[in-house]
Design a protein around this ligand. Sequence first.
Ligand code: NDP
Length: 371
Amino acid sequence: MTEMLLPVTSSSLLVAAKMVLGFVAALWLGARFLPGLERKGYPQPDGTHKHYKLAGMTLYFMTHIALGVATFGFGVSLTPVIRHFWSIFIVANVLAVSLSLFLFARGRRRAAPKYPHPPGNPLPLWLQDLWFGAEQNPDLFGVDLKMFLYHPSLIGVYLIIISFAYAQRDRYGVVLPQTWCLLAFWFFYLFTHYVKEEFMLSTWDILSENLGFMLVWGDLVYVPFLYSLPGWWLLGQTEPFSSWQWCGLSLFFFFALWIFREANWQKERFKQDRDTEIWGRRAETVGGRLLVSGWWGVARKINYAGEIAVYVAFALTTGTRSFYPYLLPLSLTLLLVQRAARDDKKCGAKYGELWQTYCERVRFRIFPYLY
Ligand code: NDP
């Protein structure tokens, strides 16, 4: 499919810059001015709470409206996103580096509050500040940047996947069933993300990470460009896709999505109300602080297992002819296995004996009976 790609030239970089900056600026304006849920964040290390406007669902909805109007009203196609792929990739990298440098310089200049960096790192402090971030929760004109960057990341990967469908229609005159399948999976993955966006407020990145190059690059480059990988294999796909494959794969996807989202929502409900009901019964806990009901009694990081399975479903839409799309679930597995180990350590230090008791009760870290 590489014949669709245009070479990187100054004019294609200019087109890419307009696309990327226009997209990020539109989302930022939406996040700043469109309505969203008002939520109080969890306590920060100094005891204060940040107030968030969660406009994700509005932005997700507006993206569909804008795309529908542009396509059906003005005949706009997203195929150029695929044709200018490498230029867009370069521009996104430049944006990520520039934003990281800006945050680094601003955070250090105003000695902003930050979460402590992971201990034992031999790198000089300034380099750690650049990589992990020099400020815990920076704003830009009233928009919390850490929460904001999830939008170009997630809506970005979604738009790239949609662009593969446009490119396929332009090339073959039809969008193949497996491409529709991947699109539908991403639609539900994001819909279930945005419908309870507030669960993000209790995630590790929001509660314990500063905003530096690691997260900025992850949001602006790693997620959109790596997570859209199966689209390249769907573009040239000609294998038939039977209704049995549709049904089997959809059942697998929705089951995985349910585990992933329900686990996160159970924890979020528990953090809000320790007496909440999980699966029809009052939440069972270790020491009143750690949830052992529902999915949290099956494995300590069952939410990771659910998400990995979701990504396996994304890769399965491409069939089995190539191993490359499976690099996506594989890379997520490596990332989350390493993250689960770090989180176990962090929770061990925070909860002490309670964590030991929890680990004895729930023996598996991510995959029941495996790991
Ligand atoms: P979690 O949402 O699992 O949060 C971990 C924290 O939850 C712990 O540090 C601890 O925090 C608390 N906790 C852990 N176990 C319990 C328990 N039994 N009862 C109560 N609290 C508990 O992890 P992440 O923030 O890493 O991930 C959030 C979601 O984001 C996951 O579903 C993950 O799959 C997804 N993710 C996706 C990525 C991607 O690239 N697609 C990358 C990273 C994450 P505390 O000290 O506050 O109690």
